[in-house]
Ligand binder design. Structure first.
Ligand code: NAD
Length: 339
């Protein structure tokens, strides 16, 4: 039977894949010959918003579908560019063109659920099919229930085969870590819930680069315990942004470079303000790019909120994007592409 479109495109995070997502895939398969499922946030470091890797999500989606349906599906994992929709669109277009060979018969399927669905309007070259909302299911509520070990409410909202995978995941060492992270974030948000207005936190981060290496730390505490990060932290009441950045840099890395040299090596600063960049709440960071002169890499040692500090080669950094906290990889990318 011929279909209305040659290709369909369905973009999502599917964290996890629920009955609303399944409904859309079925609707798509009725209307398109081949369906491209774009798994967004590919290689995001695991947290309670993006707990499962692209491979794990593909496994969930595949488990929920019949073999003959899967033969008509292409999975396309695509990473985020939090500060450039154009770079993200380029990646989507390039990878879609490789599959469709620029066929004009393409439709994007999705549901404009809220402001975060704005990306569905970025594809004027393709038709759009609005799927409508299925039973008000949403992944955030499902994850909240799932990472509360006493809550089984999510089980009726996901396909049985996905439930089996999620039950098995409960036995992994990542599950208790994510449960603890969720508790930490909920307690953090409760602590601020009595404020007259929702708080906006200000942090600073240091991107210190020397001869193809970036100074990184490993986080000692939640959230993101064990993940790699830039040295940085919350601004204190009585300090300037630069002073706060230098204080955190020294506290966390004990970088053996005199403060006047560090101050004099600041090339530029930039504000990173993606509203979803931190799960703790709205957090705006001012990042400073410090380029040190070539030579032997100065001594560093993790301390304070960091249990390790080290110089990481750019090659290793790019290879380990999926172990880097929040948007810190994107912050580094922003600066290192300039010199
Ligand atoms: P999602 O899994 O929450 O949703 C996927 C789709 O399913 C959406 O169209 C959503 O509206 C729909 N849906 C959800 N619940 C439904 C229900 N109950 N009934 C019917 N439909 C339902 O995924 P998402 O967060 O919207 O995924 C977008 C991805 O694109 C993310 O990974 C995001 O980071 C990425 N993105 C990246 C950039 C960038 O990097 N610049 C820009 C835009 C989007």
């Amino acid at each position: 039977m011929t279909k209305k479109y040659q290709f369909g495109i369905y973009i999502g995070r599917f964290q996890p894949f629920h009955f609303g997502h399944l409904q859309t895939v079925k609707l798509a398969l009725d209307q398109v010959e081949s369906l491209i499922i774009i798994l967004g946030s590919h290689r995001a470091a695991p947290d309670t918003r993006n707990p499962w890797s692209s491979q794990e999500r593909i496994k969930m989606i595949s488990a929920a579908l019949q073999t003959e349906d899967l033969q008509r599906i292409h999975f396309l994992p695509i990473r985020d560019w939090l500060y450039s929709d154009n770079l993200w669109l380029r990646a989507v277009q390039q990878q879609v063109f490789e599959i469709t060979d620029r066929s004009p018969s393409v439709a994007v399927l999705g549901h404009r659920k809220d402001a975060s669905s704005y990306y569905l309007d970025l594809f004027p070259q393709w038709d759009y099919i609005e799927t409508g909302n299925y039973q008000d299911l949403n992944s955030t509520a499902i994850r909240q229930a799932y990472f509360d070990p006493d809550n089984q409410a999510y089980l009726t909202q996901i396909p049985a085969r996905v439930a089996e995978i999620l039950e098995a995941f409960k036995l992994s060492n990542r599950y208790p870590i994510l449960c603890e992270e969720q508790q930490f974030i909920q307690a953090y948000q409760r602590a601020w819930s009595q404020a007259p207005y929702p708080p906006i936190f200000v942090t600073t981060d240091a991107v210190v680069v020397q001869s193809g290496h970036v100074l990184m730390v490993r986080r000692k505490a939640k959230p993101g315990k064990g993940l790699m990060a830039l040295p940085g932290g919350f601004l204190s009441q009585a300090e300037t942004l630069v002073d706060g950045m230098l204080r955190e840099l020294k506290e966390e890395t004990r970088l053996k470079v005199p403060l006047p040299v560090l101050r004099g090596s600041i090339i530029e600063s930039h504000v990173f303000d993606n509203p979803g960049r931190s799960l703790r709440g709205r957090t705006i960071t001012h990042a400073y790019f410090i380029q040190l002169k070539p030579g032997e890499l100065p001594l560093v040692k993790g301390s304070d909120d960091a249990d390790k500090a080290w110089w990481m080669s750019l090659a290793d950094l790019y290879a380990h994007e999926d172990r880097i906290f929040e948007d810190h990889f994107q912050i580094i990318q922003h600066f290192v592409s300039k010199v």
